[in-house]
Design a protein around this ligand. Structure first.
Ligand code: HEC
Length: 118
């Protein structure tokens, strides 16, 4: 095969490849997928562990500040979601004598914004 023939063949293959792709899409009518959205922040994948680390030692059952708020799983956070939002993200009174990193604050804010998923 001459070089010229090789080039023609390569061009031909490219053409077939692209023609096949665009034809497929037109045939099935499948919409082009949007880029995969980044994983949502959930209680299970992020927020539970965050609150456990940052609030648990004062607010877990039996701990010194459990009478003010007992941190005991998803529902205990949902029950006080508005207050926790206020104390941690707005006034930043909690965690008492501690703080959350910028990343932790963002995760928590995202969790609220995305609907407080379990
Ligand atoms: C070092 C101990 C400590 C840590 C850590 C801590 N808290 Fe508190 N928390 C307190 C104390 C003490 C109170 C009682 C109210 C006060 O003194 O402000 C309280 C009260 C609360 C209340 C009830 C407020 C009210 O007015 O009824 C909520 C809700 C709360 N904390 C959420 C959190 C959250 C969420 C975190 C973690 C991000 C956290 N706390 C971390 C000590 C702590």
């Amino acid at each position: 095969m001459s070089n010229k023939q090789r080039i023609y063949m390569a061009i031909g293959l490219c053409y077939l490849f692209f023609a096949a792709c665009s034809k497929n899409q037109a045939d099935t009518g499948t919409p082009v997928e949007p880029p995969t959205p980044s994983t949502k922040v959930t209680y299970t994948n992020t927020v539970g562990a965050l609150l456990d680390t940052k609030c648990g030692f004062c607010h877990a059952p039996g701990k010194a500040q459990a009478s003010f708020w007992t941190f005991n799983g998803y529902s205990s956070v949902i029950d006080r979601a508005d207050q926790i939002h206020e104390l941690v993200l707005v006034t930043k009174v909690m965690p008492k004598s501690g703080s959350l990193s910028a990343t932790e604050l963002k995760s928590l804010q995202d969790w609220y914004d995305q609907g407080k998923l379990q």
